[in-house]
Design a protein around this ligand. Structure first.
Ligand SMILES: Cc1cc2nc3c(=O)[nH]c(=O)nc-3n(C[C@H](O)[C@H](O)[C@H](O)COP(=O)(O)O)c2cc1C
Length: 206
């Protein structure tokens, strides 16, 4: 059900407005890395002497799957971003609420904080593509911490629209961080294709 959810969403969005379905909803089979397609990689390079956090928000599990893959590859801590108020389970309500929140720049309250953010040198931030941008919960997360001196790498999952404005908007909200090239994968419960994920990780040169 969740896998086909964006096809349903696009049908609804076409009636409501052009925000999210600017691209044809055919699923790209490759990752988008800052607007380009990732090359091949032998292995992702594990980071040396750096403390790394993978923080993510995931409504239906796709971004969580990618976050877990990244954390496993580079030996990072994992943090799930959760809202105090749960989003509706009815899909139409969810998309309407998400659209209103994004248009209003609303930042929902989060249920937990990273204990010692100061210890991390690198933070991966993951979000589903919601209406072409990052989910409001991720904006709340970003607003809570001091990003000075940190490297941040964004990763996104989408339902066919690709990265759209996710990378750009993440960067805009992180003026104090060194923002590395972001990546977007088609949303799947099984996560990202291994080869493409590793190519992106290697390209970050951590
Ligand atoms: C409120 C909402 C808005 C969405 N908007 C878009 C969109 O604009 N473009 C797109 O490609 N996918 C869109 N999707 C699909 C999700 O990005 C995709 O299913 C993603 O993999 C979900 O990640 P998650 O399982 O971690 O929540 C949207 C989904 C939801 C729930």
């Amino acid at each position: 059900m969740k896998k086909n959810i964006y096809a349903m969403l696009c049908g609804g969005i076409m009636l409501l407005g052009p925000v999210a379905c600017a691209k044809a909803p055919s699923e790209p089979q490759t990752a988008e890395v800052a607007g380009a397609v990732a090359g091949n990689a032998e292995e992702s390079t594990p980071a040396k002497n750096q403390k790394i956090l993978v923080a993510y928000y995931s409504y239906s599990g796709n971004t969580r799957a990618v976050a877990q893959q990244i954390a496993k590859h580079i030996g990072a801590d994992l943090f799930e971003i959760n809202t105090v108020e749960k989003y509706p389970s009815a899909y139409g309500e969810l998309t309407n609420q998400a659209k209103q929140e994004i248009n209003a720049g609303f930042k929902p309250a989060l249920s937990a904080q990273v204990e010692n953010m100061a210890q991390y040198d690198v933070v991966f931030i993951g979000s589903p593509n919601w209406w072409g941008t990052i989910a409001p919960a991720v904006s709340s997360f970003i607003a809570q911490y001091n990003w000075e001196g940190k490297k941040v790498a964004g990763f996104f999952t989408h339902g066919g629209g690709g990265i759209q404005n996710c990378g750009r908007d993440l960067k805009q909200q992180l003026p104090m961080a060194e923002v590395l090239p972001a990546v977007a994968f088609p949303g799947r419960s099984s996560g990202a294709p291994e080869k493409e994920l590793q190519a992106w990780l290697k390209g970050l040169k951590l």
